[in-house]
Design a protein around this ligand. Sequence first.
Ligand code: LLP
Length: 437
Amino acid sequence: PLSARVHNHDFLEIGGCDVTTLVKRFGSPLYILDEETLRSACQQYRDAFKQYYKGESQVLYASKAWNCLAVCAIAASEGLGIDVASGGELYTALQAGVSPDKIYLHNNNKSREELIFAIESGCTIVVDNWHELRTLVEIVETLYTKSLSQNPRLLLRLTPGIECHTHEYIRTGQLDSKFGFDPNQLEELFSFISKQSALNCVGLHAHIGSQIFERQPHRDLAALMVQWLQEAAKYGLKLTELNVGGGLGIKYIESDDPPSIEEWVKPICEVIQQTCAVENLPLPKLLCEPGRSLIATACVTAYTIGSSKVIPEIRTYVAVDGGMSDNPRPITYQAVYRAVVANKMSSPLTETVTIAGKHCESGDILVKNALLPKTEPQDILVVMGTGAYNYSMASNYNRLPRPAAVVVANGEANLILQRETYQDLIRQDCLPQRLKS
Ligand code: LLP
């Protein structure tokens, strides 16, 4: 995080708060969100569009990376809109006070209830497929013949057929993807939309994947999307919004080399401006929806070290009090992370150890071969860059309560997610009468 520094020679401080003190106060494991880093990333996106794009623009935070009231509220206070991927994320964004005209709902299989919730909230729906489109027409025609103050506002999600080098589970741009309309059906799609007076289709969306380091795929995407706009115009559709999705990667470890936010935004703006100029098209309102690159580096997870196991000449395991339930990324995507010891920041790095979680799976490893100072039980191990897809993908595997989260700024720490309790774990359990002893 931006505000991280070492104080008293050996101790890690974030947002002006000593990490070991935070753990004493709020418990372990603990997600620690640095407000300054999150706000700075929001501002970098906003400023880059302001600098490089001559038309209107709107940055949305892809809240799937970390959806909770406080994070939505911080992003919204920086002028960002929110991309939500389900009724639950939509509900959270609305409860956080985000204005519905800045909320965009995704998902490849929205339920009828989610569509009705979205229509009634007034957010924009990013339509993914024919089934959804027909359901929307049916909902509007049957439920809302006259009563809607405005027709549902839509974007159409198309599969661009652009591949990029990232983990296959988080690639979405290729034609063989479950997301979006097939671009070979553009004619059918635009012709259908042009006849739907009850639907207010305002633009197009595409997203090609996540943790992307290359810049060319998004340039190609931007050019392609302008072609689609032009195609739509042939059907009398005046589409005014283009949403190029998210996907900018971040530096988890030293060898990762992603472009900066500015370096990612600039070519997208340039390609859209150039292509529109050549084709004599008005500039669309340009949207993007980064998740990871806004929040990943703003958070660390602090754990307490417990047991360890030395296997001579092979490996030393050092176990912490969390694992795949609070950070499922290593076991799911072979994701790599960097770790430090918060109370031994200046000690020499003498040990190469494998940091294991406490779950009953051998694959529950947080960091393989971490270079650390000599550790002992009660040391506070900090895994860096855990803001994206950690809390949001957390589970209660082995019935571990989910950790608490705090936001830190200017020496102050505020709880944003309470630690789950054992009572929370059985809150939704039901014990049928006949099973009671
Ligand atoms: N827009 C759409 C439609 C998306 O599906 C996603 C991510 C984003 C935006 C934001 O992408 P980002 O800027 O965060 O790369 N759980 C995986 C990542 C899954 C990404 C899903 N969609 C992981 O932990 O790496």
